[in-house]
Design a protein around this ligand. Sequence first.
Ligand code: 13P
Ligand code: SF4
Length: 340
Amino acid sequence: MSANSIDEVTLEKVAPLYERVRKVIPEIEWPIHASYVAAINELKKQKNAVILAHNYQTPEIFHCVADITGDSLALAQRAVDTDADVIVLAGVHFMAETAKLLNPGKTVLIPDLGAGCSLAESITAADVRRLREQYPGVPVVTYVNTSAEVKAECDICCTSGNAVAIVESLGSDRVIFLPDEYLAAYVAEQTDVEIITWNGHCEVHERFTAEELESYRSDHEELTIIAHPECPPDVLATADFVGSTAQMQDYVLNQRPKKVLMVTECSMSDNVAAGIDDVEFIRPCNLCPHMKKITLANILASLETLSPAIEIDPAVANRARAAVERMLEVGRSKMTEVAA
Ligand code: 13P
Ligand code: SF4
C-alpha cells in the first residue's frame, strides 16, 4: 500500500483511530496521517513488529500506531516482555539502545539515527572513569538518558520515575549521580544520601523559568502546575507536583485539575488532552527537536527497510545491560515488597 494516496475503504478502516485524536488533530489534516497510519499498521502485522512510543511523540504516532506508550521506565520494562521480532522505538537514540540491550536477539529500529539527547551528549565514558578515580569506591548511578558506553561504566541506571528509590537502594551515604545536574538536585532534596553530580542539562526543560510560570499563575486562577524533574530547581519550587512524564500523566488523569500547565515537552499535553474533556491545558511548552525527528513517514520507511537498526559492541553491551537490569531488579523487588 502506498502511503501517498488513500482510498475510501482504507480511510474508513482507520476512521476509529481518528476518534482518538479528533480533539488535537484538525479533520483537514487527518487524510495525510491516515495513509501512513494504515500502511504502518499493516506492515507491523506482516513483520511481527511493535512500536514503542515515548510520551513526547506526536499524537498521530502516540495514539494511532504505537503498541506500547509510556515514560523511559515503562518503555524499558515493557521492552522486556515483547515477543515481537522487530521493535521500532519512536523516541530518541538512548531509548532504542536500552531496548536493544534488553533484547539483544531482536531487530531494534530507530527511524532517525539523529534523534539524540542533550543529556546523553553531555558526558562520555572517559568522564565517568575520571570521576571514579576522583571518588574511589563511590557508587555511580546514571540516568538512562546516556549512551550505552556511559552505562557500561556505571553501577546502575535510573529514570526520572525511580531516581530516589535507585539512589537509596545502594545503601551508600554518598553517590555519584550522572549527568543531569537538575535531576540530581531534585533527588538530593528527597534523600539524606550525599549526591555528587555532573553539569548536564536537558535543552528542553532548562529553558523554563520560574518567572514565566509565576506570570501564568497570576493570569489564571486555580492553575495547577506540574513539572518534570529535569527543570531547574526554582522552576520545580513553583510547581504543585513534580514527576516523570508517566507520573505527570497519571496526576492529570487521576486528579482532574480544572486548569493545568504541564512544564515539559509540547506533545505531552496534546497526548493527555486527546482523551479528556474536563481539564483545560494552559501552555507554554517547549519542543524537543530530537523527539520531533521521528515522523510517521520515517517510521514507515524504517519498517519497510528494517533500518536503521541499533547495534552495540558486545563488550560494551554486556556491562551496560547489567546496569539496566540492576535498575529493573530494584523495581521488581519494590513491587514484591508492596505485594507482601
Ligand atoms: P521520562 O522518563 O520522564 O519519560 O523522561 C524522559 C525524557 O527524556 C524527559 O525529557
Ligand atoms: Fe533529551 Fe530533553 Fe529531549 Fe528528553 S526532552 S530527549 S532529556 S533533550
